[in-house]
Design a protein around this ligand. Structure first.
Ligand SMILES: Cc1cc2nc3c(=O)[nH]c(=O)nc-3n(C[C@H](O)[C@H](O)[C@H](O)COP(=O)(O)OP(=O)(O)OC[C@H]3O[C@@H](n4cnc5c(N)ncnc54)[C@H](O)[C@@H]3O)c2cc1C
Length: 560
């Protein structure tokens, strides 16, 4: 919540987690259970399963499959870690630019299961108006406001925050939903959520705001400020065209609140799983994914087809073809037509419709390394920090400041932008992006010479220009619930015709909460259940898996 007070008290015993709302299954409990995820029939021990993509979804699946006694075979076309891409600045060890995921809500408890397993250090993310940011500047229509908390901003910002909280409660029964999540009351949660699905699937986030009683009694300016400053982590006007259901999921599960960064880089989570040696069925002590792969993944996949013996045939960039009993793809679904020649009969036409109609959002980030966290210097004239975490309607939109500790260079994310603002950057080379950002920030901080502090080379990304992604993450449009539903439930394959069995999908765009890594992890765990089931395996009686309860707890279907 950028300018808002917390919507809920933070001292409840039971926290809000990403439990549902579409599929209220406790993934965190499932993976932490001492009985493990299940048993693979002994004749399949060592069976190879192809996993396409070594991002978080692919790595979690490979790791859990290895523990069950499978031999996962990872294919990666670009960089291990995928959209958890921590680019180290040249010459440094731990000074990173987080080009993809960078702030992880503590409500993402399945993701944090792996963070804790690997013993990684985390810290509060310097989001606007949080103590971790130190100070925040909100600069709109040429006027800057310096603040530590919401209370320091002019009353209009508080009115916006109150209107948003009021609209959520009035039109989405926010508190009842969160109470059901907090107490893991799946029945109440489904009852509440299932009434909202048909109401809001066809309508946009903007529609929700504009048609709410709470905002209707305020000025257009309030709505505009809400779009520019958002609720939690920055401007949300880029999400205004998205389905309101997607926004509700984010706020109700607190994705946008209490976020932490991974010290030294988020890519340590997937890369850590690659090197971690868990206790496994079938494999000797000390077995790791890295060891099973002799140190490196296979190259990118170019084709997936059904072989004459019924197995799935995977071909890589170098023309090597191997056969598998099951294949899991975790890349963005558009890549199943642009990067991979995926035989059409492997999915139903309804599934192809969903895979191809998926809509991605654009996102760009530009980072520089600086000699020290100079922004903490005090301006003698004002007594304020010389520079702050900045939210603005200017080109940069969000500027984030990272203090890496004593004796270490600092890092500035000069600009983190989405959609139209990201497209403005798309054709620009990195130096031009830095110059544009510095020029915009000079209007806010006329006395600060940011450039004089820059060391090393700047780093930038535009996910939409990368052929291995084609966009940053899914942003479902109105009317997309049915597509999400088909993709999310695809791991339940018992009723599929034989030619469609054995190929599984997981990852950010299969999830109900795209742009949050927890969703990628949860869909990957669904796929693990699906693959285990496909090979005749079963879950322990006291630790049922997602597929065991899908018939009762699974997302509601809308009529076709
Ligand atoms: C700009 C940005 C900001 C984000 N911010 C946050 C955040 O703050 N918090 C948060 O929780 N989440 C955030 N996310 C979302 C999070 O990063 C993703 O949900 C998560 O990393 C997705 O993991 P994945 O495994 O599903 O996909 P990916 O990480 O995309 O993994 C898929 C892999 O498949 C590979 N691949 C593609 N084609 C092929 C092929 N033909 N053969 C083999 N491999 C292939 C890709 O190279 C990639 O490595 C952000 C994402 C982006 C882009």
């Amino acid at each position: 919540m950028a300018p808002t007070a917390p919507l809920i008290p933070t001292d409840f015993a039971a926290p809000v987690t990403q439990f549902g709302p579409d599929f209220p299954f406790a993934f965190d409990d499932w993976i932490a259970h001492p009985a493990g995820l299940g048993t693979l029939p002994a004749q399949h021990h060592g069976a190879e399963v192809a996993v396409v993509g070594a991002g978080m979804a692919g790595m979690v699946a490979a790791y859990e499959l290895m523990k069950l006694g499978f031999k996962p075979v990872l294919y990666e076309a670009s960089r291990m870690g995928g959209r958890l891409r921590s680019q180290r600045f040249e010459g440094t060890r731990h000074v990173v630019a987080e080009l993809g995921g960078m702030r992880f809500p503590v409500s993402g408890t399945a993701f944090f299961h792996y963070v804790h397993l690997l013993g990684l250090e985390t810290r509060p993310f310097p989001n606007p108006l949080t103590p971790a940011a130190g100070s925040t500047v909100v600069d709109l229509e040429g006027v800057s406001h310096y603040a530590h908390t919401l209370a320091d901003l002019p009353p209009l910002f508080g009115e916006v925050a109150d209107a948003w909280a009021e609209a959520l409660q009035a039109d989405a029964r926010f508190h009842e939903l969160q109470d059901a999540i907090r107490t893991r009351d799946a029945v109440s949660l489904k009852r509440l959520w299932n009434t909202l699905i048909p109401l809001w699937d066809d309508r946009t986030f903007y529609d929700f705001v504009a048609s709410s009683k709470a905002f209707s009694k305020l000025s257009f300016r309030h709505r505009e400020v809400f779009g520019q400053v958002g609720f939690g982590t920055g401007g949300w006007d880029s999400d205004f065209p998205n389905s309101m259901l997607e926004i509700l999921r984010v706020v109700v599960t607190r994705c946008d609140d209490e976020q932490r960064l991974i010290v030294g880089g988020a890519d340590q989570v997937p890369c850590g799983l690659w090197r971690h040696a868990p206790s496994c069925v079938h494999w000797p002590a000390g077995t790791t994914l890295e060891g099973l792969h002799s140190g490196a993944t296979c190259a990118g996949v170019t084709a997936i087809a059904r072989a004459t013996d019924g197995q799935l045939e995977v071909t890589d960039t170098w023309g090597n073809t191997r056969r598998y009993g099951a294949v899991l793809t975790t890349c963005q679904s558009w890549l199943l037509t642009t990067q991979i020649a995926c035989e059409e009969s492997l999915f139903s036409q309804k599934m192809w419709m969903a895979l191809d109609r998926t809509r991605y959002m654009q996102s760009s980030k530009t980072f520089v390394m600086v000699d020290r966290p100079f922004w903490k210097d005090t301006d003698p004239a004002t007594g304020r920090h010389v520079m702050s975490m900045t939210l603005t309607d200017r080109l940069t939109r969000g500027t984030y400041l990272f203090d890496n500790g004593p004796g270490q260079p600092g890092v500035i994310c000069l600009s983190y932008a989405w959609m139209g603002d990201a497209l403005k950057m798309l054709p620009q080379p990195v130096e031009k992006r830095v110059k544009l950002a510095l020029d915009a920030l000079a209007n806010i901080y006329p006395g600060v010479d940011i450039a004089s502090h820059i060391i090393g080379d700047p780093v930038c990304v535009s996910w939409e220009s990368d052929p291995h992604f084609l966009g940053a993450f899914k942003g479902a449009l109105p009317g997309h619930y049915r597509y999400n539903h088909r993709m999310y439930g695809h791991f339940m394959q018992d009723a599929f015709p034989a030619q469609q069995k054995g190929l599984f999908i997981a990852g950010d765009d299969v999830s109900w909460t795209p742009a949050w890594v927890e969703g990628a992890v949860q869909t990957s765990l669904n796929a693990v259940w699906g693959i285990l089931h496909h090979f005749g395996g079963a879950t322990p009686r006291d630790n049922p898996g997602p597929g065991d309860v899908y018939a009762t707890l699974g997302p509601m279907a809308l009529p076709e």
